[in-house]
Design a protein around this ligand. Structure first.
Ligand code: NAD
Length: 299
């Protein structure tokens, strides 16, 4: 069984670390938020007062942080993880969703220090994190992937090796750009249906077996009612926060700019989610874009 240092115990990292404990691994966690540490302790993990303490003696280090800057801070700054763990040569696995450039830069710094690293962002939301059914999209060498696979299997159901360093992040931002656009599409359909006098449950029942079906429609319906456990039925409590979706779509648009890729709907989706955030709804689930849209005027 592995000795794991886990940094970032938020909505996703908390339950992921708890599943590693459940699988019999020894997990020591660190988070800036004391409440998150308490939850890990309740789940049977150990807690630490710093990233250095959490990763001391670990054979595997896992991070689940908000964005690229946090990942750079934790791994690269003076006294950061790469510097403090390099003698013990643990495998580093970053599960955060971040830009491809940062993923490649941090991996390159790890390799220079003699360490193996994977970028392993996830899909499946907080329910997937809790139930250990996440999909992992992994970038890194074959050797690093083979080393990390069993640990990822304790937190997820589908573990995909997407390619070399950064490839996991590349898949993830494309996935989330598609999801962001799709959620807006489903929202528009449900709004129009309402104006046309249709019942949302009926629309859902029919479209879930028709050509417009998608995960956003069948499992995460943004209109309240048809999918009882969707965030739309609990005032859009996350789930996956709109601010994080805006961050991910922004990453996709930066990548599209860098590669000269035409993504007009991705650009429009970014404008919508950014407005949701600017209007103070960034902490709500990203499906709140439905309610936001229902408050807009046509024109
Ligand atoms: P979160 O904000 O709930 O958790 C992040 C945690 O990191 C927080 O508890 C925060 O205190 C901690 N943190 C920040 N800086 C730190 C530091 N320097 N040292 C220690 N701890 C630090 O976010 P989340 O929803 O768990 O998402 C984490 C990542 O997973 C993001 O990149 C997000 O895009 C991605 N993601 C989230 C979901 C989802 O449904 N929530 C789904 C897929 C991917």
């Amino acid at each position: 069984m592995a000795t794991i240092g886990f940094i970032g115990l938020g909505n996703m990292g908390g339950p992921m670390a708890a599943n590693l404990v459940k699988a019999g691994h020894s997990v020591t966690g660190y988070d800036l938020n004391l409440g998150a540490l308490e939850l890990l302790a309740k789940a049977g993990g150990k807690t630490a007062a710093s990233a250095a303490e959490a990763t001391k003696g670990a054979d595997t280090v896992i991070t689940m942080l908000p964005a690229g800057q946090h990942v750079r801070d934790v791994y690269l700054h003076q006294g950061g993880v790469i510097e403090t763990v390099k003698a013990a040569r643990p495998l580093l696995i970053d599960c955060s969703t971040i830009d491809v450039e940062t993923a490649r830069a941090v991996t390159a710094a790890a390799v220079t220090a003699g360490l193996a690293m994977l970028d392993a962002p996830v899909s499946g939301g907080t329910a997937g994190a809790q139930n250990a059914t996440l999909t992992f999209m992994v970038g890194g060498t074959d050797d690093a992937f083979a080393r990390g696979r069993q640990i990822l299997e304790a937190m997820g159901k589908n573990i995909f090796h997407a390619g070399g360093p950064g490839a996991g992040q590349a898949v993830k931002i494309c996935n989330n750009m598609m999801l962001a656009i799709n959620m807006i599409g489903v929202s528009e359909g449900f709004l129009l249906a309402q104006k046309l006098g249709l019942d949302w449950s009926k629309l859902h029942q029919i479209c879930a077996t028709a050509t417009s079906n998608s995960w956003a429609l069948s499992s995460y319906c943004p209109a309240p009612g048809p999918v009882p456990n969707a965030p739309s039925n609990r005032d859009y409590a996350p789930g996956f926060a709109a601010a994080l979706m805006a961050k991910d779509v922004k990453l996709s648009q930066e990548a599209a700019d860098a590669t000269g890729t035409p993504t007009p709907l991705g650009a429009q989706a970014l404008r919508f989610y950014q407005q949701v955030v600017d209007e103070g709804q960034g902490g709500k689930d990203f499906s709140v874009v439905f309610r936001w849209l229902s408050q807009q005027k046509r024109g």
